[in-house]
Ligand binder design. Structure first.
Ligand code: GNR
Ligand code: NI
Length: 174
């Protein structure tokens, strides 16, 4: 397994729409293994392939609290079948928006269909943090970040801050 570099905002690749996977083969599984390792090291509780620069409709998640007991979940070509009418608010963060957090409202429950690690068709119903996380990851597949739900002012302040940090880092590295 290989740890890959996580792209951060503002990076136009993060705004690309990811494409469906046509076959869950060994290369797809290698990519999912790399995504999981990258996510655990970060550390984060979810990762979409586009965050490591691969525009494929793949997400991995692990919301287990105990790092000793790993509970990885893999979703290939996830599609939301339905969501609840009632919303829930979580303070969200994103590995591609480092150091920034905001309360975001999303449906409390979501039902998804997808292909699993072995390419088998599955359906899954989630609620609470897991439902929030799945929706956050599926947004990545459409090029959407949680900051897109904030006011234009808050969003532009965050993007400005991140661009500055990036420029500063480049200055140090070069
Ligand atoms: O690590 C993560 N934590 C998190 C917290 C609340 C809502 C969503 C997330 S996902 C995030 C990792 C990430 O950026 N996934 O795309
Ligand atoms: Ni994210």
């Amino acid at each position: 397994m290989t740890v890959r570099k996580i792209l951060t905002e503002p990076d136009p690749i993060l705004r690309q729409k990811s494409q469906p996977v046509d076959k869950v083969d060994d290369l797809t599984r290698k990519l999912m293994d790399d995504m999981l390792e990258t996510m655990y090291l970060a550390p984060g509780i979810g990762l979409a392939a586009i965050q490591i620069g691969v525009p494929k409709r793949i997400i991995v998640l692990d919301i287990s609290k105990d790092p000793e007991k790993k509970e990885p979940m893999y979703f290939v070509n996830p599609v939301i079948v339905s969501t609840s009418k009632n919303n829930i608010t979580y303070e969200e963060g994103c590995l591609s928006v480092p150091g920034q957090f905001a309360e975001i409202d999303r449906p409390d429950r979501c039902h998804v269909k997808y292909l699993d690690y072995n390419g088998n068709y599955k359906e899954f119903k989630s609620e609470g943090l897991l439902a929030t996380c799945i929706q956050h990851e599926i947004d990545h597949l459409e090029g959407i970040l949680f900051i897109d739900y904030l006011s234009n002012l808050k969003k532009s302040m965050i993007i400005k801050k991140l661009s500055k940090q990036k420029k500063e880092l480049e200055r140090i590295v070069v």
